[in-house]
Design a protein around this ligand. Structure first.
Ligand code: GLU
Length: 341
């Protein structure tokens, strides 16, 4: 009896334990929103001209538990382009199509230590693509999406990401037009990879599909459901549909943990202790395996390209809700965030 009691307590406190009760989750989501709302650090991305006009004060947080319950606060229904957050989900679709072993062999799963759109990373590493979450690997991933034409591949991506979100997603045409005008660097990376025989479809066609996938419009609510699908081993907790298998889900999370937050992926894992992926439009998805998915949206970014308010809110919720994969102590419910256990 004594042992059983001790192990129950331990289970609640550990990463494999349960989430707090719904009232507590709601309170922490509201608190994280209130605490981070007045942080005015960071700059809205402008290298894609269409992003530069996004209001800097937009801020939304949504946590979707694997039981399908949703807790949200702020601008949760404002659409924005998914950008790099599409990358892990397209990688998941490719793992389903070619198997995670072949996907890893062709694309790699290690960090580059270089910026996400680095051409030097392709030249420096003999493998050419290092992982599916920086542009070279992500563009190569898109080239592996099944389909003989741009349209076939695009439909598979759009339908696949829609299944993760549990609704029919659409393109943000304005962002697509703006990014298509300014994506010469990505086109260059696609041609360079083709030159190394590491791209598996026509370079311009691949760049077209890649640019469209980055221009899919999502809300922070969608991001939370997409993340919760990975948290639930590939099953969308709202629609109940299996989108990818559990083995794929697990590998996608591993890649997110090592390379999801640009050159700050190590810092992120150190502080937040969860797989995450951010995008230049200001979104972040974070996955707590077996527990739920967190989406945040706030456009101002730090110099690595990660949303300032989003990182802060996620760090806070990881501690308060006991999500950190590496924590062995009880969650910090009201304690000092600067001294996490
Ligand atoms: N579409 C953007 C690019 O490829 C995505 C960048 C990002 O969100 O990191 O430049």
């Amino acid at each position: 009896m004594g042992t059983a009691k001790r192990s129950t307590k331990k289970q609640q406190a550990s990463t494999t334990g349960r989430l707090p009760d719904p009232g507590t989750i709601r309170r922490h989501v509201e608190d994280a929103y209130a605490t981070c709302r007045d942080d005015h650090g960071g700059q809205v991305a402008d290298y894609i001209p269409g992003l530069a006009q996004t209001p800097a004060d937009l801020f939304g947080i949504c946590f979707a538990a694997v039981d399908g319950q949703v807790y949200e606060q702020g601008d949760v229904e404002v659409p924005f382009s998914i950008q790099s957050i599409s990358k892990p989900f397209v990688y998941a679709l490719v793992c389903e199509a070619v198997g995670h072993t072949e996907a890893r062999e062709r694309l790699g799963v290690n960090g580059t230590g270089l910026p996400f759109d680095s051409v030097m990373a392709v030249e420096l590493h003999e493998e050419r693509t290092m992982n599916p979450l920086v542009n070279a690997g992500a563009i190569a991933t898109t080239s592996l999406v099944p389909g003989d034409t741009v349209e076939d591949k695009w439909q598979l991506v759009l339908r696949g990401l829609s299944r993760f979100a549990g609704r029919d997603l659409e393109l943000d045409e304005e962002i697509l037009a703006s990014e298509s005008e300014s994506n010469r660097r990505n086109r260059g990376i696609a041609h360079l990879l083709r030159g190394y025989d590491q791209l598996y479809f026509d370079p311009d066609g691949t760049t077209e599909v890649y640019t469209r996938q980055c221009s899919i419009a999502v809300t922070v609510h969608d991001l939370a459901i997409m993340a919760a699908t990975l948290a639930d081993g590939g099953v969308n907790p709202v629609t109940g549909e299996r989108v990818v298998d559990a083995g794929t889900s697990r590998r996608v999370l591993a890649v997110m943990a090592t390379a999801g937050m640009y050159e700050r992926s190590g810092d992120w894992l150190y502080e937040v202790g969860l797989p995450g992926k951010s995008g230049v439009s200001g979104g972040i998805v974070t996955v707590s395996p077996g527990k739920g998915g967190l989406g945040t949206f706030s456009p101002p970014l730090d110099d690595a390209g990660n949303s300032v308010r989003g990182q802060r809110a996620t760090r806070e919720l990881s501690e308060r809700l006991g999500l950190n994969l590496f924590a062995s102590g009880e969650p910090i419910v009201d304690g000092d965030m600067d001294d996490p256990r």
